[in-house]
Ligand binder design. Structure first.
Ligand SMILES: [Zn+2]
Length: 267
């Protein structure tokens, strides 16, 4: 259970208290993937973020995107979150060979085809959503060929977001690298919520590694969700996390443009 007295919360609270004692605030952000249209699940996610007072990075599948996606963002509802739309590949289509991990922008495809898809994705989503769309590429399945940063930079992208450790330098090809690190969904064990204790422990370790200098302390910790497949347990886990973390004095929740920095304006 994700109640407030579990060992996972206690150890996390102690780590957060260390940050607060130092007068430091660790950056945290939420990325949600596979958005295509205005749906009840999207509205629920937006309400949750709005109530928690945190911004959202929403990764949109370019070929499937519908104009309605931004309808709920335009409504003058109180507590509406600040939402940045991100480019989640072209069609979320798997081009990997049989038996390999799913990938749309993997090394098995010619670089020219991958670059063309990335350009088409940015063009189509910019056309649909204008300035809400940021030149930040989220590769489907969080993986892509090693030459993609160069291709993406040449195609007008200014940042990349995948999962886990950043590859090589923080700014390959000049791109800002804004990964996620904590997936709320147990994809290989029933596709419901991950167990809270290991998730809270991973968050605690990310904080401790940044505080003690084993990781870049300015690297935001990214939470990852997929609103279209959330069951009650996943919604419950996200709500519990935001309840405890959204207003915490040891954390801050930068917007995606803030994390990308001034170079995002150079597109
Ligand atoms: Zn996806």
């Amino acid at each position: 259970m994700i109640d407030g007295h579990s060992g996972g919360w206690q150890a996390l609270d102690e780590e957060l208290a260390r940050w607060a004692d130092l007068g430091r605030r660790c950056p945290v952000w939420l990325r949600d993937d596979d958005a295509v249209a205005d749906t009840p699940a999207l509205r629920r996610l937006l309400r949750l973020c709005g109530d928690a007072g945190i911004p959202l990075g929403l990764a949109v599948i370019a070929a499937a995107a519908e104009p309605s996606l931004i309808d709920p963002l335009a409504e003058p509802a109180g507590g509406r979150p600040e939402v940045a739309l991100l480019v989640h590949g072209w069609a979320h289509a798997n081009h990997a060979a049989a038996g390999e991990k799913k990938c749309e922008f993997g090394p098995g495809r010619p670089a020219g085809a991958r670059r063309a898809d990335a350009v088409a994705a940015l063009d189509r989503l910019r056309g649909l959503y204008g300035e809400r769309l940021l030149p930040l590429f989220v590769p489907p399945w969080n993986r892509m060929a090693p030459d993609m940063p160069d291709l993406l930079a040449g195609a007008g992208f200014r940042a990349v977001s995948a999962f886990g450790d950043r590859i090589a330098a923080e700014r390959p090809a000049g791109l800002r690298w804004l990964n996620t690190h904590l997936d709320l969904i147990d994809w290989h064990g029933g596709r419901s919520a991950v167990a809270p204790e290991p998730l809270l422990d991973a968050l605690r370790r990310h904080l401790a590694d940044r505080r003690e200098g084993r990781r870049d302390p300015e690297e935001p910790i990214g939470l990852l969700t997929h609103h279209l497949v959330h069951d009650a347990a996943i919604w419950g886990l996200l709500e519990a996390l935001l309840d405890r973390l959204a207003g915490h004095p040891a954390l801050r929740w930068p917007t995606v443009p803030e994390m990308m920095g001034p170079e995002m304006m150079g597109a």
